[in-house]
Ligand binder design. Structure first.
Ligand SMILES: Cc1cc2nc3c(=O)[nH]c(=O)nc-3n(C[C@H](O)[C@H](O)[C@H](O)COP(=O)(O)OP(=O)(O)OC[C@H]3O[C@@H](n4cnc5c(N)ncnc54)[C@H](O)[C@@H]3O)c2cc1C
Length: 396
C-alpha cells in the first residue's frame, strides 16, 4: 500500500474516534436512564466494539489528556464511587462485571488510558475499603469533582520508599518507579515502609513540584502512560493522609483479585487489534481468502472466550468477601487465560495483516507494541503455581 493510502486509513481511524465518543455517550445516556444495576455495558456496545480501532500514533508518548476528559464527561471516573457520595456504586459486592466491561472498553480505546484509568479505579476501591469517614468524604468528593487518582507501589530495591515520624508530621524518603500518569495524577496512593510496616499514603500531588524522571521509562509501547520515576525524599504528610493499617495494601482477597482489572484492560487492547485487522482486510479486499477466513474464525473464538471469562469473573468478584479463596483463584485463572488469549490474538493479527501492521501509522503497529508491554504484569509464574494449588484444593 502506498503512503497516501496509509494517510487515508489514518483519517478514517481518526473519524472512528469520534464515532467511539458518540457511541459511548449514547451508552451513558441510556445508562443514566436505567436502573444502575442493569447498567452500562450490559446493553451491548456493538458499534463501539466493532467499529473502533485505536490509532494514536500522533499522541505516542504524551499523557492522554483528551481521553481523561472524555472519561470525566461520561462520568466513568465515578463508576466505583459509592452512591451516597454521588458515584455509581459499582465494584464492591455488586457491579464488578460492569466495571470490568468499562475497563475493557477504555482499554480498546487506548491501552495507556486504560492503565491510568485502572489505577484510578483501584485507588477508589482502596479508599472505600480502608478509608475512615473523613477520608471518604474528602476523597470521593474530589473524585466526583474530577480529581484523578492512582496507585504507585513499584520501586527499585535500592531506593525503597520509607517514612519517619517527626512528632506527628511524617517525612518520606526514597522513590517510586512506573508511576503511571506522572504529575497528571492528582491523588496517587503510594506504599511506604514505616516502623510498623507498609502503609498507604495519599499524596496531594497537585501541591508538589516533583521532577518526572524518565530514566527508567523508555519502553517500546505504553509510552503515553508516562510511567515515570518520582523521588519523594523530603515530602511531608500528616496522619489524615494515611490510608488503612499496616499491610492493608496487600490485604486479600482484593490484592489478588484486583488482577482481573488489568486483564480486562488487556482484553480491550486485543479486541482493538482484531478490529484493526478486520478493517484492514476489508479495505484491502482480502476477506475472501480461506486462510484469512480461518484466522478470522479463530479470532472470533478467542474474542468470545475472553468475553465469557470476563462476565463470569466479574460475577465471581461480587462474592469475593464471602468466598475469598474462590475469587482469588478465579482472578488468577482469568489473568492467565487473558494473557494467552492476547498473545494468540496478536500473533494471528500480525499474520493476517503482514508488514503493513508493523509500520506506523497503521493502528495495529501501536496496539501491538502497547499490548506487548502491558501484558508484562508481576509474577506470571507465581500466578500459574497459585492456579494449580487452588485447583488441587478447591476444584475437583
Ligand atoms: C505500562 C505499565 C504501567 C505500570 N504502571 C504502574 C503503576 O502506576 N504503579 C505501579 O505500582 N506499578 C506499575 N507498573 C508496574 C507493574 O505493576 C509491575 O511491577 C510490572 O508490570 C512487573 O512486570 P515484570 O515483567 O517486571 O514482572 P516480574 O514479576 O519481574 O516478572 C518477570 C518474569 O520473572 C518471573 N519472576 C518473578 N519473580 C521471580 C523470582 N523471584 N524468581 C524467578 N523468576 C521470577 C516472572 O514469573 C516472569 O516470568 C506498570 C507496568 C506497566 C507495564
Amino acid at each position: 500500500m502506498v503512503l497516501s493510502n496509509f494517510d487515508s486509513l489514518c483519517d478514517r481511524y481518526t473519524n472512528m474516534r469520534v464515532t467511539f465518543k458518540f457511541n459511548l455517550s449514547i451508552h451513558f445516556y441510556e445508562f443514566k436512564q436505567y436502573d444502575i444495576m442493569n447498567t452500562i455495558l450490559d446493553m451491548k456496545h456493538t458499534k463501539v466494539t466493532y467499529e473502533m480501532p485505536n490509532c494514536y500514533a500522533d499522541f505516542d508518548g504524551k499523557f492522554p489528556f483528551e481521553g481523561i476528559e472524555l472519561l470525566k464527561s461520561l462520568e466513568l471516573t465515578t463508576v466505583n464511587v459509592p452512591l451516597r457520595f454521588g458515584g455509581k456504586g459499582l465494584g464492591g459486592n455488586t457491579g464488578n462485571r460492569q466495571v470490568l466491561e468499562v475497563l475493557k472498553e477504555v482499554g480498546s480505546y487506548d491501552l495507556s488510558l486504560g492503565r491510568i484509568y485502572e489505577g484510578h479505579i483501584n485507588a477508589l476501591l482502596l479508599i472505600e475499603r480502608f478509608g475512615d469517614g473523613n477520608q471518604k468524604e474528602r476523597y470521593f468528593e474530589e473524585a466526583v469533582n474530577g480529581k484523578i487518582f492512582g496507585v504507585w507501589n513499584s520501586e527499585m530495591p535500592t531506593e525503597p520508599l520509607t517514612f519517619n515520624d517527626l512528632n506527628g508530621v511524617f517525612e518520606l524518603s526514597g522513590a517510586k518507579v512506573f508511576c503511571s500518569g506522572a504529575s497528571n495524577i492528582d491523588r496517587p496512593i503510594v506504599t511506604a515502609e514505616g516502623e510498623k510496616g507498609t502503609r498507604m499514603v495519599i499524596i496531594d500531588m497537585d501541591e508538589l513540584r516533583l521532577n518526572e524522571d524518565y530514566t527508567y521509562w523508555r519502553p517500546m509501547g505504553m509510552k503515553s502512560s508516562v510511567s515515570c520515576r518520582f523521588d519523594f525524599s523530603g515530602v511531608n504528610f500528616d496522619q489524615k493522609q494515611i490510608l488503612g493499617g499496616p499491610y492493608d495494601y496487600v490485604n486479600e482477597p482484593d490484592f489478588t483479585s484486583g488482577a482481573a482489572r488489568f486483564a480486562a484492560v488487556q482484553l480491550g487492547g486485543a479486541e482493538a487489534a482484531i478490529r484493526a485487522t478486520i478493517y484492514h482486510l476489508e479495505k484491502t479486499n482480502r476477506t475472501k481468502a480461506p486462510e484469512q477466513l480461518a484466522r478470522l474464525a479463530k479470532l472470533a473464538t478467542l474474542q468470545e472466550t475472553g468475553r465469557l471469562w470476563l462476565k463470569h469473573t466479574g460475577d465471581e468478584l461480587n462474592k469475593r468477601y464471602d468466598a475469598p479463596s474462590h475469587s482469588m483463584f478465579r482472578a488468577n485463572l482469568f489473568r492467565t487465560v487473558v494473557r494467552e488469549i492476547c498473545e494468540n490474538i496478536l500473533s494471528i493479527c500480525e499474520m493476517s495483516v503482514g508488514l503493513q501492521g508493523m509500520m506506523q501509522p497503521h493502528p495495529l503497529e501501536r496496539i501491538h507494541r502497547d499490548l506487548s508491554v502491558y501484558l508484562k504484569q508481576p509474577g506470571p509464574d507465581r500466578t500459574l503455581i497459585a492456579c494449580a494449588e487452588s485447583f488441587l484444593k478447591y476444584d475437583r
